[in-house]
Design a protein around this ligand. Structure first.
Ligand SMILES: [Zn+2]
Length: 393
């Protein structure tokens, strides 16, 4: 760390300590300080800056180095073999040539404070790679997914300074090559630094700084609670701020959309947090100036609580192979379609798109009226929600 870096870090920490101090939390120490907006904004603006050229290939490697430096500055332990924060992802080797490096995952670990539970793990992750440059310019990927990486780094900072420290060990990972068929998380789960059967919960975040279709939803979607015992209860027990209420959705509605996929395939309980695809998704307009930093801060505080609870609870989620669809999830779908409906003219929805929206709304309403979900309702709602999300966004 250079003197300038150290000075910059301390200045930011000072800002946050001062802000946190206003809540009186610093005076008591404690493990529930709110996330720091300034720190989060610093990470997002850095990773989405010109310098990283959309974080692809060698520029994704630069992002990995940035994240590694942050883990080092936080004095977290390296996660991978050889005391390394980095896990290189090799390509196929040709002839006698050593395989070239395709990408780099970054990971750190905070050892659990309870000797009986320290060999159990909670993992929180996001991906740092993005699309690089295209015809129109740089795909900065501020929302997708500098926002998720900033959240992971800030949760790492908060948990590292928490007193008491979490009972189970907490692993922080930034995956590479998510935009390349989830290659980073696939490599990680095929070559895990700890036995995967000791992972109690995996929390993956992808896009936290905008909102689905830029709709005023004031929420964060959480997928996957249906697959783990006690996860709904865990989420319901955490306070959220009014502008970022968690909305449960079934992961079946979206299929595999991010790095939770390889963990779900191995039946490891998971949660996927996202505020959804904005109108600027995968475009050069996904820039740092369009991020709602207050929202990312609030979601970060919430997700830190999820990790803290999962790491401290006496029992852990067990995998539920064939979960029920609940009325909570139908309520979420209804909320989304009603907001889309309000935008139908603004967005110039086509007749077919309007039809999906209307049909989905009617079916969701009917299910909520009858207060029970038949297998046919479930199939219909899942299919129509998938279609609606695909055709409208
Ligand atoms: Zn993404």
């Amino acid at each position: 760390m250079t003197f300038i870096q150290s000075f910059r870090l301390k200045t930011f920490l000072l800002v946050c300590l001062t802000l946190n101090g206003l809540t009186g939390a610093v005076a008591t120490g404690g493990d529930r300080l709110p996330a720091c907006r300034e720190t989060i904004e610093r990470h997002i603006r850095e990773l989405a800056s010109e310098k990283y050229q959309g974080r692809r290939g060698p520029f994704a490697a630069m992002a990995a180095e940035y994240i590694q430096r942050e883990f080092q500055e936080l004095e977290l332990n390296p996660l991978f073999a050889g005391n390394s924060y980095l896990q290189t992802i090799p390509g196929l080797s040709e002839g006698d040539e050593p395989p070239r490096t395709l990408g780099t995952n970054v990971g750190a670990i905070l050892p659990g404070s309870d000797p009986a539970l320290a060999e159990e793990y909670v993992l929180i992750a996001a991906h740092h790679d993005h699309l690089g440059r295209g015809g129109g310019g740089i795909f900065h990927g501020a929302d997708d997914n500098a926002s998720g990486v900033a959240m992971v780094l800030e949760v790492a900072r908060l948990l590292k300074s928490a007193d008491p420290s979490p009972r189970r060990s907490v692993i922080f990972v930034s995956f590479d090559l998510e935009e390349h068929l989830l290659f980073g998380s696939r490599w990680f789960t095929a070559h895990p630094p700890i036995p995967l059967e000791r992972l109690r919960l995996v929390l993956v975040a992808d896009m936290l700084g905008r909102s689905l279709g830029d709709l005023p939803l004031n929420s964060v979607f959480l997928f996957g609670a249906e697959h783990g015992t006690g996860l709904r209860e865990l989420l319901a027990g955490i306070d959220s701020e009014p502008n970022t209420r968690p909305l449960l959705l079934n992961s079946e509605f979206v299929g595999t959309r991010s790095d939770y996929g390889p963990f779900r395939d191995r039946q490891i309980p998971f949660l996927f947090a996202s505020t959804g695809q904005s109108r600027d998704y995968h475009s050069i307009r996904d820039t740092a100036d369009h991020i709602n930093y207050q929202q990312v801060r609030e979601i970060t505080t919430f997700l830190r609580e999820v990790v803290r609870h999962a790491a401290n609870a006496d029992s852990s989620p067990e995998w539920i192979p064939d979960p029920e669809l609940t009325l909570d999830e139908v309520t979420t779908v209804l909320k989304i379609v009603e907001k889309i409906d309000q935008q139908a003219d603004n967005w110039k929805l086509t007749t077919v798109q309007r039809l999906f929206v209307t049909q989905t709304r009617q079916r969701a309403k009917r299910i909520l009226q009858q207060q029970t979900i038949s297998p046919e309702d479930r199939r219909w709602l899942t299919r129509s929600t998938q279609m609606m999300l695909l055709t409208v966004f």
